[in-house]
Write a protein that binds this ligand. Structure first.
Ligand code: NAP
Length: 485
């Protein structure tokens, strides 16, 4: 069991009070590295969600001024950094990612509060347009959209909520948050921090966990919820879009990806291999932005494959809490089965295993630890190219020229992230300009940052998180032409 000063309550949070599920039902949270039960948490449903929405609606009636909102964000940033070790420990235990990565994720989360704190004042101030048009002075008021529902996945238990709650608070939107059932403890710790450190009005932040369909259903159907921001699978994103239509509810959707990683024949192959290692193995490959298909130009294919295999075969898989671990376990049995299935499918269809274990050798004795694999001789029809693998499997695909790789990289309904490595900037940027991915990194495997808008094109989502654009998602611009001058 987990013991933490940040977890005195294993409960939801509604109207400034820690609460259990009405029916008393609870479910276990398990450490994926050891299988040990860490805690149990309430399984809430529609009734608790309705109460949380009502409490958030009351908070909307007493808006805080911009300076106060800025102070909240600064206080959360400071608390996250002060409590980094402990939040990172909770995160590491429930998610399984390596200690250093977990600590890095807390810092990354803090960077969103840091970035949005000043914008709570500057970007929400009324803006008067220059001159007179139609004999009026025109002023734009930045109003909070209203009560927002925030739904997060398990793969970044603190970062995914930071990207939503920081701009929501900056804009003045009360929220109801639903974490993923695999990783609710980090979220509870964040709520403990907010309850301890902030003078938030009652109902400004609410935490409801449990039955996703019931909680989601209430959020989508309630006339009192103005917007839902969701990060997760495209399948659930599609359902939310359908549920949003009767009320034309505003949606933010950060959905799945199928990222191409392109290595051109003029690339620095060591830099590309290093960039891919960081990009692919963060969170054991369970990230929406990580490379899913690695396209390598024919002339450098063998050299790149060799450099990659050298690096991947040295990775140490183990408990994230232990020193020296590079890759932790996968989150659960379903996640493990998917990665193993993709590996088996590719090998059945003619791919070759360059490093890693044959699917038969990935037996029950491995628990949720998946030996990182690189496969060659891959073609686009294999499952690992068609779907997001969400695990430590790298498929290498060779290509001949730029037009071919643009066509193949774009041959997906997803449009979240892509990567291009090549020394000729003009050539690489010609390729980037033709790729339909919201995040297109050049000579780096880096993912998003707080200062920049991030989001998907096509079936990877709607809207942006991070940057000024990420704040505007939570703001309605009200235009007031004033003819009284
Ligand atoms: P998921 O199954 O869609 O779940 C995400 C969240 O949605 C969970 O809290 C889940 O709760 C909840 N949910 C499920 N059904 C719902 C419903 N009907 N109404 C409301 N909420 C519902 O996704 P996941 O497997 O946890 O996460 C992995 C996916 O997220 C991948 O596809 C990945 O690419 C994507 N992702 C995208 C980004 C991005 O920035 N674009 C970032 C991270 C992850 P339950 O688990 O209780 O069902």
């Amino acid at each position: 069991m987990i013991h933490s000063p940040l977890l005195p309550h294993l409960a939801g949070y509604i109207n400034d009070r820690w609460i259990s599920a009405d029916a008393g039902k609870r479910q276990d949270v398990v450490n994926p590295a050891t299988g040990e039960k860490l805690a149990d948490v309430p399984v809430m449903g529609a009734a608790e969600t309705r109460r949380a929405i009502a409490s958030a609606k009351r908070a909307l009636a007493t808006p805080a001024d911009a300076a106060t909102r800025r102070r909240w964000l600064t206080a959360i940033r400071d608390a996250l950094l002060e409590q980094q070790q402990e939040i990172g420990r909770i995160l590491c235990l429930e998610h399984g990612k390596p200690w250093k990565e977990a600590q890095g994720e807390v810092q990354y989360a803090a960077s969103f509060f840091d970035y949005y704190a000043p914008l709570a004042e500057t970007a929400t101030a009324p803006e008067t347009l220059p001159g007179k048009v139609k004999d009026c002075i025109w002023t734009l008021y930045k109003r909070p959209v209203g009560v927002v529902g925030l739904i997060t996945p398990w793969n970044f238990p603190i970062a995914m909520i930071a990207k939503k709650i920081a701009p929501a608070l900056a804009a003045g939107c009360p929220s109801l948050i639903k974490p993923a059932p695999d990783t609710p403890l980090t979220m509870i710790a964040l709520f403990q921090i907010m309850a301890d450190r902030l003078d938030l009005p009652k109902g400004m932040v609410n935490l409801v966990m449990g039955d996703a369909a019931q909680i989601g259903g209430e959020l989508m159907h309630s006339p009192d919820v103005a917007m839902v921001s969701f990060t997760g699978s495209t399948a659930v994103g599609r359902l939310l879009m359908q549920q949003a239509s009767p009320r034309v509810k505003r949606l933010g959707l950060e959905l799945g990806g199928n990222a191409p990683f392109i290595v051109l024949d003029d690339a620095d192959l060591d830099a590309a291999a290093d960039g891919l290692m960081i990009n692919k193995f963060r969170g054991a490959g369970q990230t929406c932005v990580c490379a899913n298909r690695v396209y390598v130009q024919r002339g450098v294919y063998d050299a790149f494959a060799q450099k990659l295999v050298e690096r991947v075969s040295k990775l140490k898989v183990g408990d994230g809490m232990k020193d020296g671990t590079d890759i932790g376990p996968l989150i659960n049995a379903n996640g493990y089965a998917k990665v193993k299935g993709h590996l088996a499918d590719a090998l059945d269809k003619g791919a070759t295993l360059l490093t890693g274990k044959q699917p038969d050798a990935l037996n029950a004795g491995d628990g949720l630890f998946f030996t990182p694999a690189v496969i060659g001789n891959v073609d686009d029809t294999m499952q690992c190219c068609q779907e997001e693998t969400f695990g430590p499997l790298i498929p290498l695909i060779s290509f001949t020229d730029d037009d071919e790789v643009i066509r193949r990289a774009n041959d997906t309904e997803f449009g979240l992230a892509a990567y291009v490595f090549g020394k000729d900037r003009a050539r690489s940027h010609r390729i980037i300009a033709q790729l339909h991915f919201g995040h297109c990194a050049y000579n780096t495997g880096t993912g998003p940052a707080a200062i920049a808008p991030f989001g998907g094109m096509l079936s990877s989502g709607l809207g942006r998180e991070g940057g000024r654009e990420g704040l505007m998602e939570y703001i309605e611009v009200q235009t007031v032409p004033d003819g009284s001058h």
